[in-house]
Design a protein around this ligand. Structure first.
Ligand SMILES: Cc1ncc(C[n+]2csc(CCOP(=O)(O)OP(=O)(O)O)c2C)c(N)n1
Length: 630
C-alpha cells in the first residue's frame, strides 16, 4: 500500500496536508459511502484516482466509471433507493448530460442518502464554458452546499450525507476548480471502515417512485415540503455565518455589509485584511434553500449591503426578493458591469468591484497584476500523438471548402494551426448532429465530423445512429486512441481495461453502415486514400483512425526497466529545408533555428517515428532503433 493510501486510510484522528478532491474521499470513507460513480472531467478526476488507488481488499465502497454522467447519476440513485449511501461526481457540464434524470431526483425518497458533487469551473480553466450550476439547485429543488476551502469541502460533504439521509433528499456539493485543487491542512476525524451490509432494501412502498399522471403532484409537493425542512437546516447552519475581521461599527456614518458565498468569500476577506474598516461579511455557503431569516436580520442591521458573487446574479436575485418581501430599508448594491460576471473573482478583481462600490474606502488601483510572468504557450498535441498523424493525412484528402466539425477531447486541438480542423464545437458527442445539419441540401461543401472513442460511447452513438437512419451525407472520423486521454487516461468501454473491449467497429457495422474503413493513423498514405474514398461515397461513411495514446504508452514504457529511450534526428546532409516537419506536421519536437536549420529536441521526441513519412527527402531518421514506436 503506498504512502498516500496509508494516509487516506489512517484510522486515527490526524492532520493532513491534502488536496480538496482527496479530502472528499476521506469524507466519503468516514461517512460510510457504499457506492460512488463518475464520468471523468476536470476539476474532479482526482477523486476517482484516489478511490482507485485504494487496493480492492481495502476499498469498502463500490466504484465505477460509468459510460456517461447520466448513467453515473442513475446508478447512484438506484443504490440509494436500495438503502445504500451513494455519491456521484462529475464536472460542471456533466450535469447537462445527467439533467433529464437529475431534475427528477428530488421527487424520490433517496433513503440511503445521495450526494452529488459538482465540479464547477469559473474561469473555464478546463471547460467549454463557465456554467453556473447554482441555477440548477433551483430548477431541480435540490439543496446546495458550496465550500470555499478544502476543509469546508470535507466537513460539508459529511454534513451533506447526514442531511441527505435525514430528509431522504439528494444534495449538491458544488465545488469549484480551486477548492478541488487547493491543498490545506485538514483535521481528519477517526475512520472506521465497516464491513457493509449489502442487504437489498428497495421497497416501492417507500416511494412512490413513479412520477406519472396524477402522482407527479404529490411527489412535487413532497419535494417542496422537504425543502422547507432544509430551509430550517440552512437557517441554522454554521456554514452560513458573519465574519467581522475588524469588529462591528460604523464607516462613513453607516453600517456596511457584504454578502457572498463560496470562494469569493476568501477574496473578500483577503481584501478586508488590507483595510481597517469594520465591514461585516455574511457568507452563505449553505446557499439553497436560502437562509431567509438570517439574511433579513443582516439587512436590518446594515445601511448598505453589497452583494458580491462569482458568475451569474444568483445571490442577487434571492436577496432582492427577500429585501422586497421584508421591506428592507438598507440600500442594496451589486456588481455594476457585465464584465464582472465573467471569470473568477480573484482578490484583485474583487478589489476593483469594492472600489467601484465604495471608491473612498477602496481607492482604485492603477493596474491589477495577478498573472504570473510566463510566456504564453499554445495548446498542442503531444509528440507522437496519433491524432497529429491523422490530421496530417486527412488534410491531404479534403477538397477546398470542406466543413470540419470537431468534438470534445484531445483532437479538439486540431482546430489550431497548422491543421485547422474542427471549426465548430458545442459539447461531447455533438459532432454528428451538427455535421448532419450542416450537410442538409449542401451540394457545395463536404462535411467531415470527428469524435474520440470515449465520447463515442458517452454521447456520440445517438448522433451516429441518426446520421445512418437519415443517411446524412457526412464522413465521420472516429479518433480511436483506446483511452479517455484528455482527462487523464481513464478507462472506457472500448479500452478493455475493466472488461472485454466493446468494439466500436462492430457497433458501427451492426447498424448497417456500408462504408467503414479502419486504419492505424501512422499509416498516413492509406489513411489519406481511405478518406478520399469515404468522401466520394454518397451518404454516411466512417473512417476509424486508430493509434494508442502515445503519452499513456510512453509513460507505461518508462516504468519498465527495459525501457530504451529513442528519438529521431535530422540528417543535415539530406535536409533541403522544405519544413514540412515543422510547418505542416508540426510535432513540437522539431525546431527551426535562426539560419534555417531544423533540429530535434531530444527532451520531447519519443522516437515513435510517425514523422519519418512526412519528409519529402527522407531526411528524418531514427537516432537509435529503440523499439519505442508504439
Ligand atoms: C459532458 C462532459 N463530460 C466530461 C467532459 C470532460 N472531457 C473533456 S474531453 C473528454 C475525453 C474525451 O475522450 P475521447 O473522446 O476518448 O478523446 P481523447 O481525449 O482520448 O482524444 C472528457 C471526458 C466534458 N467536456 N463534457
Amino acid at each position: 500500500m503506498n504512502r498516500f493510501v496509508e494516509k487516506l486510510l489512517n484510522p486515527e484522528p490526524h492532520q493532513e496536508l491534502i488536496m480538496g478532491n482527496y479530502a472528499l474521499v476521506r469524507a466519503m470513507l468516514e461517512s460510510g459511502v457504499k457506492v460512488a460513480t463518475t464520468y471523468p472531467g476536470s476539476p474532479t478526476p482526482e477523486i476517482a484516482a484516489a478511490i482507485r488507488a485504494i487496493p480492492d481488499e481495502k476499498r469498502s465502497l463500490y466504484f465505477e466509471y460509468s459510460v456517461n454522467e447520466k448513467v453515473a447519476l442513475e446508478i447512484a440513485l438506484g443504490a440509494s433507493v436500495n438503502g445504500h449511501l451513494s455519491t456521484v461526481f462529475f464536472k460542471s457540464v456533466g450535469l447537462n448530460v445527467a439533467a433529464d434524470s437529475a431534475v427528477q431526483l428530488a421527487l424520490m425518497n433517496v433513503k440511503g442518502g445521495m450526494v452529488i458533487i459538482l465540479g464547477d469551473d469559473p474561469g473555464a480553466h478546463s471547460s467549454q464554458n463557465e456554467q453556473d450550476n447554482r441555477h440548477f439547485a433551483r430548477t431541480s429543488y435540490i439543496p446546495m452546499l458550496e465550500p470555499a476551502t478544502p476543509t469546508e469541502a470535507y466537513k460539508m460533504y459529511k454534513e451533506a450525507t447526514k442531511l441527505s439521509k435525514k430528509h431522504q433528499m439528494p444534495i449538491f456539493l458544488r465545488m469549484t476548480t480551486h477548492v478541488c485543487h487547493a491543498n490545506e491542512v485538514i483535521e481528519f476525524d477517526s475512520l472506521k471502515i465497516k464491513d457493509y451490509n449489502w442487504k437489498s432494501d428497495f421497497d416501492p412502498e417507500d416511494g412512490p417512485y413513479l412520477p406519472i399522471t396524477k402522482s407527479v403532484f404529490p411527489l412535487k409537493r413532497n419535494a417542496l415540503k422537504k425543502l422547507e425542512f432544509m430551509q430550517k437546516e440552512s437557517e441554522n447552519s454554521a456554514f452560513n455565518k458573519i465574519h467581522s475581521p475588524h469588529g462591528s461599527g460604523e464607516v462613513m456614518g453607516m453600517k456596511l455589509g457584504i454578502i457572498s458565498s463560496s470562494m469569493p468569500v476568501l477574496s473578500i476577506l483577503e481584501n478586508l485584511k488590507n483595510v481597517e474598516y469594520p465591514i461585516d461579511l455574511l457568507q452563505i455557503n449553505f446557499s439553497f434553500p436560502f437562509p431567509k431569516r438570517k439574511v433579513e436580520r443582516f439587512l436590518d442591521n446594515h445601511d448598505e449591503v453589497l452583494i458580491l458573487e462569482e458568475l451569474d446574479r444568483v445571490l442577487e436575485q434571492e436577496l432582492k426578493n427577500i429585501a422586497w418581501d421584508c421591506n428592507a430599508q438598507c440600500k442594496l448594491l451589486s456588481r455594476q458591469y457585465n464584465n464582472d460576471l465573467v471569470g473568477e473573482l480573484t482578490p484583485g478583481r474583487t478589489w476593483k468591484i469594492l472600489s467601484d462600490t465604495w471608491p473612498d474606502l477602496f481607492p482604485p488601483k492603477q493596474k491589477i497584476h495577478e498573472e504570473p510572468d510566463i510566456s504564453p504557450r499554445i495548446a498542442q498535441m503531444c509528440p507522437g500523438c496519433g491524432h497529429r498523424s491523422a490530421f496530417h493525412a486527412i488534410k491531404k484528402a479534403l477538397p477546398e471548402g470542406t466543413i470540419t466539425v470537431g468534438d470534445i477531447g484531445c483532437h479538439s486541438l486540431g482546430f489550431f494551426k497548422p491543421y485547422n480542423m474542427g471549426e465548430i464545437l458545442l459539447s461531447m458527442g455533438h459532432s454528428n448532429g451538427t455535421g448532419s445539419g450542416l450537410s442538409i441540401r449542401n451540394n457545395q461543401q463536404k462535411v467531415v465530423t470527428f469524435i474520440g472513442d470515449s465520447t463515442f460511447f458517452h454521447a456520440g452513438i445517438p448522433g451516429i445512429i441518426n446520421a445512418q437512419y437519415h443517411d446524412h451525407n457526412i464522413t465521420l472520423v472516429v479518433m480511436e486512441n483506446g483511452t479517455t486521454a484528455m482527462t487523464g487516461h481513464q478507462p472506457h468501454p472500448g479500452s478493455g481495461e475493466i472488461s472485454a473491449k466493446i468494439s466500436i467497429k462492430k457497433i458501427l457495422e451492426s447498424i448497417g453502415i456500408e462504408f467503414i474503413r479502419d486504419i492505424d493513423t501512422y499509416n498516413q498514405k492509406k489513411l489519406t486514400k481511405y478518406m478520399q474514398e469515404a468522401l466520394d461515397h454518397e451518404g454516411f461513411s466512417v473512417v476509424i483512425a486508430r493509434h494508442p495514446c502515445m503519452l499513456k504508452f510512453t509513460r507505461e514504457q518508462r516504468r519498465k526497466e527495459s525501457y530504451n529511450p529513442s528519438h529521431v534526428k535530422i540528417n543535415q546532409e539530406k535536409c533541403r529545408q522544405i519544413y514540412e516537419c515543422v510547418q505542416e506536421f508540426a510535432c513540437p519536437s522539431f525546431a527551426k533555428l535562426e539560419g534555417g536549420k531544423v533540429v530535434v529536441n531530444e527532451e520531447l521526441c519519443i522516437g515513435d517515428g510517425s514523422c519519418l513519412q512526412t519528409c519529402p527527402v527522407n531526411a528524418i531518421e531514427f537516432e537509435k532503433h529503440g523499439g519505442n514506436n508504439g
